[in-house]
Design a protein around this ligand. Structure first.
Ligand SMILES: Nc1ncnc2c1ncn2[C@@H]1O[C@H](COP(=O)(O)OP(=O)(O)OP(=O)(O)O)[C@@H](O)[C@H]1O
Ligand SMILES: [Mg+2]
Length: 189
């Protein structure tokens, strides 16, 4: 059996980019949870102001258990940690990105300032990391700071495949960083 790995994190941190590369490099299977939810209609409604679908979590869980071959999956998506059964997962990597970098990246994507701020605030407040810990537990969840590149993510996946030493997570504290720079009101206007 190969490990099943979640790549989650705030929108824009680079989940899709790195997940596809990981799958290719390590011979794992790339799975876009967002694409499955859309194509299989696993949502209850469309949130117009947010421009996003409201996922039918229970249905999505059942669908994923039944329809995926749980042997060597790289599961990409910012709600993946909420829609999989913990028992099926070996590790959940929460990608963390410096909020200043994330802000610029999301603006470049063409998001409105409101949508950029909503996501940057979530990153500063560790929302996804806290959700993942809550649902999957500290044994399975690793926070990985990708602000200076994605090298560490490759190392962690290699170690999960039995190559190299066991993974260690990164401690990030974006809130302190933002407060130190005097930018709290910039990100929380
Ligand atoms: N290593 C990188 N260096 C520079 N830019 C990058 C890097 N990785 C990703 N990006 C850019 O960051 C943006 C976000 O990447 P990506 O789409 O992988 O994020 P995501 O976490 O999957 O976001 P979403 O949750 O919205 O799907 C992309 O526009 C991509 O070009
Ligand atoms: Mg993506």
């Amino acid at each position: 059996m190969y490990p099943n790995i979640i790549i989650t994190g705030t929108p824009g941190v680079g989940k899709t980019w790195i997940s596809m590369r990981l799958a290719k490099l390590f011979g794992l299977k790339y799975v876009s949870i967002n694409n499955i939810i859309l194509s299989a209609g696993l949502y209850v409604s469309y949130d117009e102001p947010r421009g996003s679908f409201v996922v039918d979590i229970d249905n999505a869980r059942r669908y994923l258990v039944k329809n995926l071959d749980w042997d060597g999956l790289v599961l990409d998506g910012h709600i993946t940690h909420l829609v999989v059964f913990p028992d099926y997962i070996d590790k959940c990597l929460v990608l963390r990105l410096n909020p200043y970098i994330l802000y610029d990246r999301l603006l470049e994507r063409g998001y409105s300032v409101d949508k950029v701020l909503e996501n940057v605030q979530a990153e500063i407040l560790d929302v996804i990391y806290a959700e993942a810990l809550d649902r999957l537990g500290s044994e399975k969840v690793l926070s990985v700071d990708v602000s200076n590149g994605y090298g560490k993510v490759y190392g962690i996946v290699a170690s999960l495949l039995g190559k190299g030493s066991p993974p260690e997570g990164d401690q990030v504290n974006w809130l302190d960083l933002v407060v130190e720079k005097g930018d709290l009101s910039r990100f929380f206007p």
